[in-house]
Design a protein around this ligand. Structure first.
Ligand SMILES: C[S@@+](CC[C@H](N)C(=O)[O-])C[C@H]1O[C@@H](n2cnc3c(N)ncnc32)[C@H](O)[C@@H]1O
Length: 289
């Protein structure tokens, strides 16, 4: 895999090295207000997005520039993982499916590291796109996050064979209707189709994920998916058609909208409410303490 990735990426390689140098030079403390900032163009084919102390580069045709919703979901998930680790036998196995820029896996790894979370953990980030994985790996280096295992996989294929059962599965899947992808989302074809096209009814990747999870998820485990608020009910119905008897809870975003669903083991799902992750968070960002 690595060889073909290097070859397909060669055209951008020198630009990327310059970009990383530039990122290091411009790294400055940021206030929460800047979190809402749109990705900033750095070079014609590269944008930089900045959340808290984390920087992410995105490349035209390779990955979706990370958005605030994914960042908020990742910080809330980090808190859920940290606070529920006593319910799960270690090491915890966490899989970020379709990592794209690496936003979820990198934010999780950085937050758990910052919180000195004592539990042993394995963090895996997958994507079907080799280019996206190359970008995610580079973003992990920029942010000095070293403990993520990147794998080129079709959703969860081969994960159980390599890592055993998984305790936390997180995915922000492609979720636009194929006939209705907003022009501003396409951003002049910056974003590859594979990152945004969710099929005719926008839900096909949720079906694919949930059809695979029962084989992979541990008894204590949960699945966390990013959703558009108005699709949350349909996604929950899909999830429960594959995971009969599973519990579920909503994670709310900065405006009180449903940002994500947590589905699976009741004890961990109950933690969502206990930690207040299902409520409106004014600042939108949880500091994991
Ligand atoms: C909406 S993007 C999310 C990217 C990133 N996790 C985020 O939140 O910004 C969906 C990602 O899923 C990946 N993807 C699409 N189909 C996939 C599949 N069958 N298996 C694994 N990843 C897939 C895409 O390449 C893309 O990176």
């Amino acid at each position: 895999m690595k060889d073909s990735l290097q070859m397909s990426y060669r055209g951008n390689f020198f630009a990327s090295v310059r970009d990383i140098t530039a990122i290091r030079a411009i790294k400055t403390p940021v206030s929460l207000t800047r979190l809402a900032a749109q990705p900033r163009p750095l070079y014609p084919n590269v944008v930089r997005t900045h959340f808290g102390s984390l920087d992410f580069l995105s490349y035209k045709g390779a990955n979706l520039p990370p958005n605030k919703e994914a960042y908020v979901l990742a910080t809330k998930t980090a808190k859920l993982i940290q606070k529920s680790s006593h319910l799960i036998s270690s090491p915890l196995t966490i899989v970020d499916v379709g990592t794209g820029s690496g936003i979820i896996a990198i934010t999780l790894a950085a937050a758990l590291h910052k919180a000195n979370a004592a539990t042993d953990r394995v963090i895996v980030a997958t994507d079907i796109s080799g280019l996206a994985l190359e970008v995610a790996d580079r973003n992990a280096q920029i942010n000095q996050v070293r403990d993520i295992k990147f794998r080129q996989r079709d959703i969860l294929a081969g994960i159980k064979q390599e890592f055993g059962t998984v305790d936390f599965i997180i995915w922000n899947p492609p979720f636009y209707e194929s006939n209705d992808i907003p022009t501003k989302v396409r951003r002049a074809n910056f974003i590859p189709e594979i990152a945004i096209n969710g099929g005719q009814d926008s839900l096909s990747y949720y079906r694919s994920l949930f059809s695979q999870v029962s084989e992979v998820i541990s008894d204590q485990g949960v699945i966390i998916v990013q959703v558009r608020s108005w699709k949350a009910e349909e996604v929950e119905t899909i999830a429960k058609s594959f995971l009969r008897g599973a519990s579920s809870a909503e994670i709310k975003g900065t405006r009180g909208q449903v940002l994500g669903l947590v589905i699976g083991n009741i004890k961990i799902v109950e933690m969502v409410e206990a930690l207040g992750l299902n409520t409106f968070q004014k600042a939108g960002i949880l500091v994991v303490t």
